[in-house]
Ligand binder design. Sequence first.
Ligand SMILES: [Fe+2]
Length: 441
Amino acid sequence: MKISNLVYVFSLLSLIMVWSCKKDAESAKVPSTVKFMVISDIHYFDPSLFTLPANTYFQGYLAADRKLIIESSAILKSVFASVQSEKPDFLLVPGDLTKDGEKLDHQAVATLFKGLSDKGIKVLVIPGNHDVSNSASFSYLQSAKTKVDNITATDFASIYSNCGYGTAIDRDPGSLSYVSEPVNGVWVMGIDACHYSPVSETAGSISDATLTWVKSIIAKSKTQNKLLISMMHHGMVEHFAGQSTLFPEYVISDWQNVSAILADLGLKVVFTGHYHAQDVVKKTSTSGFVFDIETGSTVTAPCPYRTVTLNTALKTLKVESKKITDVSYSTIPSGTSFQQYAQTYLGNGMKDISYYMLSMPPYSIPGAAIQALALDRIMANGFISHYAGDEIPSSADNADIQTVKTAIPSLGGALQGVWTDLTPVDNNLTIDLTSGAAISN
Ligand SMILES: [Fe+2]
């Protein structure tokens, strides 16, 4: 070969190498903004598993609950339409995907998620306390209550292989925790704090082995210069003063220490669910901070969802919240908006649940006393306001709180805690992930 030809070949090869390096650099480029959405506690119950009017067993279940279970499939379809129109890069769903872990429901939900991923919206899930090895998986057809198949942890990872597990870049061998990189440079760590061995429980904790794995992922995210966000079903931080005493199953065990350890290591944000409330709290540790951004349930008023914009250069998170509005189902009367229906359903449900809670230990208040002071209504109002977020008691609410404080000081104190919104604001805020400052949008 002539020298001139050799020079030509080398020049061509160099050009090809420069081009391919440039392509690699472009494909590894971190986008300046990343948009994702969060929906939680969707509690899907497939219409093939029940008939209406609800039979006695199903009525009993619904009466002891606060969730729009009958309408869950219509609600999910409505919020998916909103997700499709917002076109986020990915969608986070931090657990309680099903009513009670029914295999058929998981399969239906995974199929619906595939509809989103087929349109370019990646879906990442983590289990909730209802999802794995649940002993309450039943159908309610005609007059019968019949056991239906539930799923194991292995089944969960397999059914949701398209929602984080199949493309995980790391998985915790001892739980359903994993890490995914849905967008270049952004890691999502799903932390599985659920108890499901041998059967599911409401409470949650991060086991020692999983905590070691979580710490290793935080360290790796730093050395590999990845922006790390995380999600978990249970609260990592208490969402109102006294929550871990009144409702210990809704915050992970030893939350004070675990959240401080992870904040010190550099975890900045965790998206949670479980308590069905729109609430953001910030835990400050010795050398760091972590925001626990809880998203309410799509099946509990106000049926919210969140849109989050991550500015990767400024390292800020802009969180915005909306309510699901466009749902039609045979149970929703014509002329009644879905939001009105959902609020009325929750109002009635919480009053009944509050009555039951007040009549049980530790308060054990006689029914006549509950009714005389309208304690069930007062408690229900507190919870409903907490679920909506940014709760500020009116003068009438403050008078109610005072009534309870005078009659039963410990209950009044608990109610004051529910009504006291810990900083920062809950629905619309921007968080500076470097300084830890949070301001209202
Ligand atoms: Fe839930």
